[in-house]
Design a protein. Structure first.
Length: 183
């Protein structure tokens, strides 16, 4: 009998907590492997995210082969984990990836909290002009990418969790959900 890991994707807007939750969940669950979307270089990925969203955000334009290959490699390795955790922003919307996902979680973080977290994360050593330029870009065009997540990814997720809760509580809620679902 072959062992099949449970594959969980965790999505959120930038600054929404997906990396933190993926890492903390990996520490709480036994026998996990984590993959992080930002660790990959996807060939032929859209160069301009805002333009991609404005043209309809076709999630299949993303060639996710490197991540898919890593999932396949993990699933056939000698020591197969119980869980593969994906810090992955698209939920079930990429046709190649959706067949791998057993459970999709969306961390629903209000846009103001996500922006504040991004500023704290990305600008600890920046000058004020860098911060102002980032906020200006968000207001002029970047916000559409955040709204895309709220409008498309959130409703295509199995579980939506309040992203303003502490990361420890979010992880506890996810673990409870996994237990309730027999995963």
């Amino acid at each position: 009998m072959s062992v099949k890991p449970t594959i969980i994707s965790i999505a959120a807007v930038s600054g929404g907590g997906k990396t933190t939750i993926t890492q903390k969940l990996g520490l709480e669950l036994e026998n996990t492997k984590e993959l992080f979307f930002d660790d990959y270089d996807f060939e032929n990925a859209p160069d301009d995210i805002i333009q991609w969203v404005n043209k309809g955000a076709d999630y299949n334009l993303w060639n996710l082969d490197p991540m898919v290959s890593d999932i396949d490699r993990i699933k056939t390795s000698k020591e197969i984990p119980s869980y593969i955790l994906l810090d992955y922003p698209f939920s079930y919307l990429n046709d190649k990836m959706k067949k791998y996902i057993d459970l999709s979680i969306y961390i629903d973080t209000s846009l103001d909290v996500a922006m504040a977290r991004r500023i704290l994360r990305d600008h600890t050593k920046s000058n004020i002009n860098d911060v102002l330029n980032d906020v200006k870009f968000y207001l002029q065009s970047g916000r559409v990418a955040y709204l895309e997540m709220e409008n498309k990814i959130k409703p295509n997720s199995d579980i939506v969790i309040d992203g303003t809760l502490s990361s420890d509580i979010i992880v506890k809620l996810i673990i409870k959900e996994l237990r309730d679902r027999g995963l």
